[in-house]
Design a protein around this ligand. Structure first.
Ligand code: NAD
Length: 499
């Protein structure tokens, strides 16, 4: 099944038939390709080529740079079905989500095309007569993008579409668990480059490999910005390396996202939002819902309803229509889930669900039943991100206590409240409310739109990507003052007479 898809995307069988990275589909554990890691020399060569590409690209007018991204968006539209299916085959998310991921790439391309005519600076009033002061945004340099397995292509696109209209070149190190989707995306980008005509060939490149290849990018001073998406553990290792050379980072790390369900909440809406956010992508989204903080007056009712819904969720082959929960990425993910459930029990949790399923049909794969865990308090395990479909349920009686629980974890990515009480809604999004990068009212924590800035606080890393003014992170700011008078007045009224 995979060969015609790869071929349609421009990847030859030869390119995926040898190498040290063995790619297995999480659907059935079968090998679907082999990819060669880049050697240190290859990474070095690609970084040098990226610097050269940047030097040529930064002088291309920004709206013309936008034209390349427009062409790339067209390639994505034409190949959405194939690339979406490849995401499902390689990352295991259900087909609707695979297609949704490619749609997100298309959306950010559209955003970036518009942005290419809006990289606005400022004109600032100068205190000196006959002077004009302005703030300009210039291209930054090669941008290193390190991405995680669970959004194997969209995260790169959020970064690359903006970086390229901003005049930067891009070097992408995808997850070693999803090298094929990266290869296919690169092929589509190369087609857009060919249509465009005169863009540098190495404008966007892929380097394949694991942590060591990521570290090479992190260490290299020719790469002024590293945008890294992955676990907090990875961020804590990478950040000091980049900081050690005073480079910049955009860090998009782990989340531990909560929903407060207030007494006035529309429980039907909340139940739907909880189900999508907690079990969608088999709990393998950075924005997956991991904690429900429900008012004690409705908690038991909510838990009963959720148990009924959880009982009906179709787990299985993510390519089959109607499946809502596909496999976990690998065996290590199942072990992490089992360890977390054991610890939750030891900390007083009441577990329903969990455990491996479909072990006969898919012996080489890792399907699990989503778990619901009623916890007596926000114990250690609840404060940790386990990248699997585990939903902890906690109770509260005072709004302030709910807020304290919501904010009482190290991560700060996404958050939400279901309420029809206007004061509660406003308090949730106020300065003393949610401390997360994303705060929603009557919407679940996952599935952000590309128009807003995406990212989170605290151990989520503080980076922002995608919409709003996130583009500024991919450029360097310059303050320029021009003297069009015949005098040389000094700032702050300083007199410095030499005659
Ligand atoms: P991971 O941390 O294992 O790997 C992510 C990437 O970092 C991979 O490409 C990996 O090779 C690379 N890497 C690992 N250590 C490195 C190092 N020291 N230096 C340089 N590169 C290094 O994460 P994963 O298992 O692929 O993804 C799941 C995690 O990603 C979860 O914690 C999830 O919350 C997080 N995530 C966050 C966001 C976000 O936007 N905040 C989005 C998606 C995933």
């Amino acid at each position: 099944m995979i060969t015609p898809i790869l071929q349609a995307l421009g990847v030859t069988s030869e390119e995926v038939s040898r190498g040290d990275i063995v790619v297995k589909s999480p659907i059935d554990g079968r090998e679907i390709g082999r990819v060669l890691s880049d050697s240190a020399q290859e990474v070095e060569r690609k970084i040098a080529a990226s610097v050269q590409a940047f030097h040529a690209w930064r002088d291309v007018p920004a709206p013309r740079r936008g034209e390349l991204i427009r062409l790339f968006g067209e390639e994505l539209r034409a190949h959405k079905a194939h690339l979406g299916k490849l995401v499902t085959l390689e990352a295991g998310k259900i087909l609707q989500e695979g297609l949704g991921e490619v749609q997100e790439m298309i959306d950010i391309c559209d955003f970036a095309v518009g942005l290419s005519r809006q990289l606005y600076g400022l004109t600032i009033a100068s205190e000196r007569p006959g002077h004009r002061m302005m703030e300009t945004w210039h291209p930054l340099g090669p941008v290193g993008v390190i991405s995680a397995f669970n959004f194997p292509v969209a995260v790169w696109a959020w970064n690359a579409a903006l970086a390229i209209v901003c005049g930067d070149s891009v070097i992408w190190k995808p997850s070693e668990k999803t090298p094929l989707t990266a290869m296919a995306t690169q092929k589509l980008f190369e087609r857009a480059l060919a249509c465009f005509g005169d863009a540098p060939k190495s404008l966007s490149q892929v380097v394949q490999g694991g942590r060591a290849v990521g570290e090479m990018l992190a260490r290299d001073a020719r790469v002024p910005l590293i945008s890294a998406t992955g676990s907090t553990h990875m961020g804590k290792a990478l950040s000091p390396v980049v900081a050690g050379r005073l480079g910049r980072t955009i860090l998009e790390l782990g989340g531990n996202n909560a929903m407060i369900v207030a007494p006035s909440a529309d429980l039907k809406l909340a139940e739907r939002a909880i189900t999508f956010a907690a079990v969608g992508t088999a709990g393998q989204r950075c924005t997956s819902l991991r904690r429900v903080i429900a008012h004690t007056s409705i908690k038991d009712q909510l838990v009963d309803r959720l148990k009924t819904v959880y009982g009906k969720i179709k787990i299985g082959n993510p390519l089959t229509e109607g499946t809502l929960v596909g496999p976990l990425i690998d065996g290590a993910a199942v072990e992490a889930m089992e360890r977390a459930l054991a610890q939750a029990k030891a900390e007083g949790g009441k577990v329903s669900g969990g455990g491996r399923v479909l072990t006969n049909e898919f012996a080489g794969a890792h399907y699990v039943r989503p778990a619901l865990v009623e916890m007596p308090r926000q114990s250690d395990i609840v404060k940790r991100e386990t990248f699997a479909p585990i939903l902890y349920v906690l109770g509260y009686s005072q709004f302030d206590d709910a807020m304290a629980l919501q904010n009482g974890v190290a991560q700060g990515l996404s958050s939400c409240i279901f309420t029809r009480d206007m004061q509660e809604a406003e308090r949730f999004v106020a300065a003393s409310g949610s401390d997360c990068g994303i705060a929603n009212v009557n919407i679940g924590p996952s599935g952000a739109e590309i128009g807003g800035a995406f990212g989170g606080e605290k151990e989520t890393g503080g980076g922002r990507e995608s919409g709003s003014d996130s583009w500024k992170a991919y450029m360097r700011r310059q303050t320029a003052t021009i003297n069009y008078s015949n005098a040389l007045p000094l700032a702050q009224g300083i007199r410095f007479d030499t005659e």
